[in-house]
Write a protein that binds this ligand. Structure first.
Ligand code: FAD
Length: 401
């Protein structure tokens, strides 16, 4: 990496440095796809609240969305880090991987706990891009973060379960064929531990919409294609129960580290985009007859954001390495999620401030990326809940809930 005599790193050098990252072929290939989906593509979708179907098709055809599916089922069988790199590059290129990421982070539950029949039936179809597993129904309107209190019930009736209840913020439900659903199969007052009695189902939405399942889009701050899903006597075949009845909460928890590691990559990608975009603009924008990047008031927030992103990335790599080695990585996965979301937010703030009034002009994409980066502080897990995990499970402080 070369440095200009001023000590500042040029925007091109910044990218060159990152090109030397791990999985260079994957990064290069994702960048080539993303080049066909520039800022104008994402802006238009954002304005129309539309789904990036063409982008999802391109990513599917390139095999990226089956990265985590084992080769025996037609996937690439790549490690979690490689899947994360795919998401990171999409974000670093200015796009948004939210339309595609759930297929990666719900995959672990199906792989680890699904039956041989379920895997043989669904995974090759997902790998081939003929089925989308992009909907994940956990959050409910009245219970929120307190997942074990969720009220959606699934009651066994012969060779089916009958599902009643409601989910909220179920993203991509209108664009997915399958939903991984968490519902209560034994009432909470009949179990010893509140984490018991919850079960996971792989719901075939093609057979469900209009037959007990209704989906309503939510108008949101970002284009996340998120929805409310209502269940009214929806019949789900018992064959679609994942693993054992009543153990669903544990299965979902099992997948949390992978989910945190994957979405941390998106934040790191966002941070890289913000820093690169801010550096470029600060170097080119002339005010008072000199580039604004000469002012330390402009330089320092960008430099600080860069430092935060670098540190967060190190924690992310540690989390991914421990995950790959099969070691416990709850601490690293949570810290990584916290630090990367904060790094992206700080970088977004620096980029907004560097762009002055032009940050608000949609054609720069800065305000869109800033809005999009914010969600990582709330979903899929909010900052407070991560801090509670660190305080109580890592530092041994008394439990607060
Ligand atoms: C764009 C978007 C997409 C989403 N996609 C999905 C999806 O696909 N599937 C899905 O299931 N969910 C999804 N979610 C839901 C998301 O996971 C939840 O919004 C998130 O977990 C927080 O839940 P809540 O909104 O009910 O907040 P609440 O649980 O009501 O919490 C509100 C605030 O209080 C804090 N809080 C609550 N309890 C405590 C406590 N004990 N200690 C300290 N602080 C506390 C929280 O941290 C939060 O800041 C999505 C959300 C958004 C915004």
């Amino acid at each position: 990496m070369t440095q200009a005599s001023s000590g500042a790193v040029s925007a091109d050098d910044f990218m060159q440095h990152y090109a030397a990252d791990d999985y260079p072929e994957i990064r290069e290939s994702v960048r080539r796809i993303c080049a066909d989906f520039p800022g104008s593509y994402w802006r238009a979708l954002d304005e129309q609240e539309a789904y990036p179907s063409e982008f999802v098709t391109a990513m599917t055809q390139a095999g990226f969305l089956s990265a985590l599916i084992p080769e025996q089922y037609g996937g690439a069988g790549l490690p979690l880090r490689a899947a994360g790199v795919i998401l990171e590059e999409v974000h670093a290129c200015g796009g948004n991987a939210a339309a595609t990421h759930a297929q990666m982070y719900t995959m672990g539950t199906v792989l680890r706990h699904g039956s041989a029949e379920q895997k043989a039936r669904y995974l090759p179809e997902i790998a081939a891009g003929r089925l989308r597993l992009q909907a994940f129904g956990v959050t409910e309107p009245t219970t929120g973060t307190d997942t074990t209190k969720l009220k959606t019930r699934a009651v066994r009736d012969g060779d089916h379960y009958v599902v009643n209840g409601q989910k909220i913020w179920t993203s991509r439900a209108l664009y997915s064929d399958l939903m991984l659903l968490l519902a209560r199969t034994t009432p909470v007052d009949q179990v010893t531990r509140k984490t018991d009695g919850l079960s996971v189902f792989l719901v075939d939405m093609r057979e469900s919409v209009g037959h007990g399942m209704t989906i309503r889009p939510i108008k949101a701050m970002i284009n996340h294609n998120t929805t409310e899903v209502f269940f009214d006597n929806l019949r789900v075949p018992a064959a679609n129960l994942i693993g054992e009845e009543g153990k669903g909460f544990r299965y979902i928890l099992d997948g949390m580290n992978a989910e945190r590691i994957l979405v941390s990559h998106e934040s790191i990608g966002d941070a890289k985009w913000f820093v690169r975009t801010a550096v470029k603009y600060a170097s080119e924008r002339m005010v008072f007859d000199r580039p604004i990047g000469k002012n330390q008031g402009i330089q320092f927030p960008i430099a600080r954001a860069y430092a935060q992103a670098q540190a967060a990335e190190l924690m992310l790599r540690k989390a991914a390495a421990k995950f790959a080695a099969g070691l416990p990585c709850g601490e690293e996965a949570n810290l990584s999620k916290l630090l990367s979301a904060e790094a992206a937010w700080e970088a977004g703030e620096a980029c907004m401030q560097t762009h002055g009034g032009f940050a608000y002009a949609r054609e720069y994409d800065v305000e869109r990326k800033w809005r999009e980066a914010r969600v990582q502080r709330t979903a899929p897990v909010s900052t407070n809940l991560i801090l509670a995990y660190v305080a109580e499970h890592v530092l041994g402080l008394p439990r607060s809930y």
